[in-house]
Design a protein around this ligand. Structure first.
Ligand code: 6PG
Length: 265
């Protein structure tokens, strides 16, 4: 992976505007992928920030529902909680209620992590699902067309929490499977190998995320403490869609609300 990373950030006035930009991004990236190769494979995480974007995508009164290539879309998750799919904490449940219940996708297009199983079994089954869907061999990683991530106040992303074994497992690995969080967060499964090539974007909102965003993207490299720094796509480009509260401590943007940061490691 390149040592250089260009971080492009887009700042919206508030969480509602952020959700609109995210919906637009999903629709554009999915359509481009379908045009180029006949299908679009998208990986999403949980958390509250993507929910509003999912609701917009599903809303027949908004422009995106009719633009999304639903029939040619495959949806994956980068992480899941170790709970059944109907549990309030399930990332799948959030996505199902906000999006999947309202759009014309077939069950075989939806590749959820089975949080209700023993974590090792869920991880093995998900790895085999990814291997089959992406026809992976050996240590090849799946090449999604879009990966949408969130970030916690402690710098975690995709259930990779600070100072946990997942940080080391994730670092430098491209093995497409799941890792059980064994220490501080035993109830989570995180995906590995989901970031190598595709467009990756973070969706982050709220004043409480401002200082962690600054640390992750402008501070020194310390992925052990700030696991979001592990997200380093091989394209050398990472996008952030932020609201102005979250972006409050980043360098000012241009008049279009765009900013750029450069990082080396
Ligand atoms: C999860 C997520 C996690 C999330 C962040 C941010 O299941 O918890 O996958 O990585 O993206 O915690 O969450 P919010 O968007 O709710 O702030």
């Amino acid at each position: 992976m390149p040592r250089h990373l260009t971080i492009k950030y887009y700042v919206e006035a508030d969480p509602a505007a952020l959700a609109r930009r995210a919906a637009q991004y999903f629709a554009e990236m999915a359509s481009e992928a379908v045009e180029a190769q006949g299908c679009a494979r998208i990986a999403v995480s949980g958390g509250s920030t993507p929910k509003a974007a999912f609701e917009l995508l599903a809303d027949p009164h908004e422009p995106w529902r009719s633009r999304m290539p639903w029939a040619n879309l495959d949806l994956y998750w980068v992480d899941e909680r170790c709970v059944p799919p109907e549990d309030a904490a399930s990332n799948y449940r959030m996505t199902r209620e906000a999006l999947l219940n309202h759009v014309p996708m077939r069950p075989e297009q939806i590749h959820r992590i089975e949080g209700e199983l023993e974590p090792e079994a869920a991880a093995a089954r998900y790895e085999s699902e990814l291997r089959n869907c992406f026809r992976l061999e050996g240590a090849e990683a799946p090449r999604f067309d879009l990966v949408a991530l969130g970030m916690g106040e402690d710098g975690h992303t995709a259930s990779i929490f600070p100072h946990t074994t997942a940080v080391h497992e994730m670092n430098g690995r491209a093995v497409p499977n799941l890792l059980r969080q064994t220490d501080a967060w035993p109830g989570r499964l995180t995906g590995r190998g989901f970031t190598p090539a595709p467009p990756v974007f973070f969706l982050v909102a709220g004043r409480e995320k401002a200082s962690v965003l600054r640390e992750v993207f402008t501070g020194s490299n310390d992925p052990e403490r700030l696991p979001s720094q592990l997200i380093w796509p091989s394209s050398g480009i990472l996008s952030l869609i932020l609201d102005k509260d979250a972006a409050a401590l980043l360098p000012a943007t241009d008049e279009d609300g765009c900013g750029v940061l450069e990082r080396e490691r």
